[in-house]
Design a protein around this ligand. Structure first.
Ligand code: NAD
Length: 246
């Protein structure tokens, strides 16, 4: 078990990549705090974890609320006394090309996908520094490397997440904390629900492996990066895209 007893907080854990990552972490022996807006989906994940015999708690958290984030961290500490891994996975899309994008769309995506990562990391960083160890994993995207039509807000957030990653790797590496980003390509989750079938087909054709990725394939990357097997990986933005470069 690669994550035995590692206390891990995963945001956006109720669906998609976050859910698959939570289940993978539990199978690898981690103790997991599941954080998400969606209480009923969160409870379903918790039930799946209990069925696996795993140890987890569920917290209803909006990553735009520092109060809710701090409460989640306190609940994690009360239960297990430490935080080894933070997976900053919660994210949304609100697409429009530049000329049509509203300030509300822009601000919403930045607040969740970028500032949410900042808020959650601030909430655990002193704990990890005190422990002298930790692993912080940030959800970027292939869009955070190459940009994408209709995603001004999302691209800005995902490029920004790589900026956080490289900066925190420098600040926190000397304190025993590794910080890395994962850049998924096109992954089959509900985040793609708003996209027309035709667009999804075009996405598949762009991928050298000729298919979308699965949440489980992303969970494998998170589990590796969180584990001690990745002990010399710091400040990296790992592409898990099937080879697509947009
Ligand atoms: P998803 O929509 O399936 O799941 C996202 C989860 O985040 C949901 O459970 C949702 O309730 C939660 N969430 C949304 N806003 C929140 C908030 N304010 N506070 C707390 N939780 C919130 O999405 P996914 O495809 O699994 O994406 C997960 C991450 O991976 C995101 O950051 C996304 O940008 C990134 N990503 C996804 C893809 C893809 O193709 N699916 C590609 C690249 C990057």
């Amino acid at each position: 078990m690669r994550l035995k007893d590692k206390v891990s907080i995963i945001t956006g854990a109720a669906n998609g990549i976050g859910r698959a990552t939570a289940l993978k972490f539990v199978r690898e022996g981690a103790r997991v705090t599941l954080a998400d807006l969606n209480q009923s989906a969160l409870n379903d994940v918790l039930a799946d974890i209990r069925e696996l015999g795993g140890d987890a708690i569920a917290c209803v958290v909006n990553v735009t609320s520092q109060v809710q984030i701090d409460d989640m961290v306190q609940r994690t500490l009360a239960r297990w006394g430490r935080v080894d891994v933070l997976v900053n996975n919660a994210g949304i899309v609100a697409d429009a090309r530049l000329q049509k994008m509203t300030d509300e769309q822009f601000d919403r995506v930045i607040d969740i996908n970028l500032k949410g990562v900042y808020r959650c990391t601030k909430a655990v960083v002193d704990i990890m520094v005190g422990q002298g160890s930790g692993s912080i994993l940030n959800a970027s995207s292939v869009v955070g490397l190459y940009g994408n039509f209709g995603q001004t807000n999302y691209a800005a957030a995902k490029f920004g997440v790589i900026g956080f990653t490289k900066t925190w790797a420098k600040e926190l590496g000397p304190k025993g904390i590794r910080v890395n980003a994962v850049c998924p390509g096109f992954i089959a989750t509900t985040i793609l629900d708003s996209m027309p079938e035709k667009v999804i087909q075009q996405m598949e054709e762009k991928v050298p492996l000729r298919r979308l990725g699965t949440p489980e394939e992303m969970a494998n990357v998170y589990a590796f990066l969180a584990s001690d097997e990745a002990s010399y990986i710091n400040g990296a933005a790992i592409e898990a895209t099937g080879g697509v470069m947009l």
